[in-house]
Design a protein around this ligand. Structure first.
Ligand code: FAD
Length: 535
């Protein structure tokens, strides 16, 4: 039998909070110092070998759809491995699904962001219902009677895995159904119909092409009612205690996010209640979208952090050519570059989270403009980081037992869902146009602009802000990338060690990669047509 040599120990147990200087500093800076004891405890729980194992199990034993019982009665249930439930129980116990609403206080969204940032490093699938439930609260509050009934359940920290009417349960989770087969970005094309029942409630008929976490207790759903596209709360059980008419057709066979079930569903007269004003479904549900977009930033930053933590850990133990990998100059460069990207993402995400705690003009602009901008750029960078970090582990990084393949498969999803990259960039253009004082507030956020490392870049960005062709959609990704890079540089210059800020400015302000950044004045369409497989 060969002797095992030169292998690092597993990164466990470890405390995801106390070992993460960038996160700890951000929590203090953004106003959630009071949360440190709770975050330290959660960081320890998540870093236990048993919890890490739950993440692996939840992804290995994937959810199973049960459409019918043995006699042919409809079930429309999804069975999850016990690990999924245990992870959700940890998340709810920590209040990650609702604590800023249940116990509002200064820094509550920041504290919750830090907690979900750690959860997302251990398992991203459970993050989906946690994020949707968190995001659902401001939308549900637009229907006071519904909020009165549902919020106490949503605020409960006792996870209840049973599938029964919500009023019999200790707690409730909320999902959402917007995307239909014919269109997900352009929600106005939704065809699902909502017929008034005559008693103030509605019956939904139609389908949803994506409806994740279908074992949530209720869903915010868009459907066409007599006055136009409207938002509804559709519970899995009717008030009479019957299964609601929601048929789960199949579960998506997804690239990643495999512990989580994402379903295709049909509604056959499903009971639903109106939320918000009839005919104003998109503005009503978009409230939720802001929070879930923040969570995409948190989730993607989490993937980067976990990838970098694993890579640096490995390189500190593994020797090649008589040196630890971390001491090989070229590897040191790779690791530092990865760490800089991760730190920039974490710093911006936590700054963004604070904008959800504050309510002044700055916070409003940051929420409205920077949420889609950060979602675009941070999510775009994540696949690059997870892939490069995987390579640090060499062949072992390609093997499932390291967490790296799971991180890599997970990496693209936050960019696609809740508004794909282009939709986010177009939203930034709209937000700058429509939000009062947006440009001034962002300029202030960038500081006095005097730092020599940032000055030229900010001058250029300022020119773009006022340019007459600012709304040229073909260039939206360029503007958004530069906006985010400037914000990240300003944060790192202000708060990170000089080496980190220097590295970021020296390497990122001359460009950063994603596709869709080609300049004006090129026949882009001709190039795209040339690549078409058939004319
Ligand atoms: C794992 C997973 C889970 C999901 N869970 C849910 C869920 O729970 N509930 C739910 O409602 N949805 C869910 N979705 C669906 C997701 O939100 C949509 O897939 C997404 O919004 C994009 O919609 P689409 O797939 O219809 O793509 P399309 O709308 O067809 O867009 C395709 C591409 O075209 C781009 N595009 C669209 N319009 C423009 C334009 N004007 N200019 C330039 N580019 C444009 C988009 O950016 C995108 O890249 C989930 C998706 C995934 C992958």
């Amino acid at each position: 039998m060969f002797e095992v040599q030169n292998q690092p120990p597993p990164l466990e147990p470890y405390n995801l909070f106390s070992t993460d200087a960038v996160l700890r500093e951000a929590v203090r800076r953004e106003g959630a110092r009071w949360a440190e004891p709770g975050l330290t405890a959660l960081g320890a729980t998540l870093g236990e070998p048993e919890t890490i194992r739950l993440g692996f199990d939840a992804n290995r034993y994937m959810p199973q759809l049960r459409t019918l019982d043995r006699y042919g009665h409809r079930l429309d249930e999804v069975e999850f491995h016990p690990a999924w439930h245990e992870l959700l129980a940890i998340a709810l116990k920590a209040g990650l699904h609702s604590s800023p609403w249940a116990e509002p206080k200064s820094g509550a969204h920041v504290a919750r962001a830090a907690g979900t940032f750690m959860l997302g490093q251990i398992e991203s699938g459970v993050y989906c219902p946690v994020a949707m439930t968190y995001g659902s609260v401001p939308t549900l509050r637009q229907a006071p009677a519904i909020a009165k009934e549902w919020l106490p359940r949503i605020f409960s920290r006792d996870y209840d895995r049973s599938f029964r009417p919500a009023h019999l349960k200790a707690s409730a989770l909320v999902g959402m159904g917007m995307t239909e087969n014919q269109g997900g970005s352009d929600l106005r094309t939704n065809t699902t119909k909502a017929e008034p029942s005559g008693d103030g409630t509605f019956r939904l008929h139609g389908h949803k092409w994506f409806m994740s976490a279908p074992m949530c207790d209720a869903f915010l759903v868009l459907a066409q009612s007599p006055k136009g596209l409207s938002c509804f709360l559709m519970p899995r059980w009717t008030p009479d205690g019957e299964r609601n008419a929601v048929q789960i057709l199949r579960l998506k066979d997804k690239l990643g996010n495999r512990s989580n079930a994402s379903s295709e569903v049909e509604f056959h007269g499903a009971y639903a209640q109106l939320v918000g004003e009839e005919g104003r479904g998109i503005p009503t549900i978009i409230e939720m979208g802001n929070y879930t977009r923040l969570d995409c930033c948190i989730g993607s930053s989490a993937l980067m952090r976990q990838a970098v933590a694993q890579a640096v850990h490995h390189a500190r133990y593994r020797t090649a050519f008589q040196k630890k990998l971390i001491d090989q100059p070229l590897m040191t460069n790779v690791l530092a570059d990865l760490a800089v990207e991760s730190e920039a993402a974490t710093a911006l995400t936590m700054r963004l989270a604070r904008a959800y705690d504050d309510n002044d003009e700055t916070a409003q602009v940051i929420r409205r403009v920077v949420t889609p901008a950060a979602k675009f750029w941070i999510c775009k960078r994540t696949p690059f980081v997870t892939y490069e970090a995987m390579e640090v582990l060499g062949g072992s990084g390609y093997i499932e037992e390291s967490i790296m393949p799971r991180l890599y498969r997970e990496a693209p999803v936050n960019s696609i869902w809740e508004g794909s990259g282009n939709i986010m960039c177009l939203d930034v253009l709209r937000a700058i146009e429509r939000t009062p004082n947006a440009v001034d507030v962002i300029r202030r956020e960038l500081g006095d602009g005097k730092d020599t490392r940032l000055k030229g870049f900010v001058d250029r960005l300022n020119k773009q802000f006022v340019a007459r062709d600012r709304n040229d959609e073909s260039q939206a990704r360029v503007l958004v990338r530069e906006l985010v890079l400037a914000l990240q540089a300003a944060l790192l210059i202000g708060h990170a060690p000089p080496a980190v800020a220097d590295a970021f400015c020296a390497s990122r302000l001359d460009g950063g990669s994603a596709f869709g950044l080609l300049p004006r004045g090129i026949d882009l369409r001709a190039i795209a047509d040339r690549a078409a497989p058939a004319n």
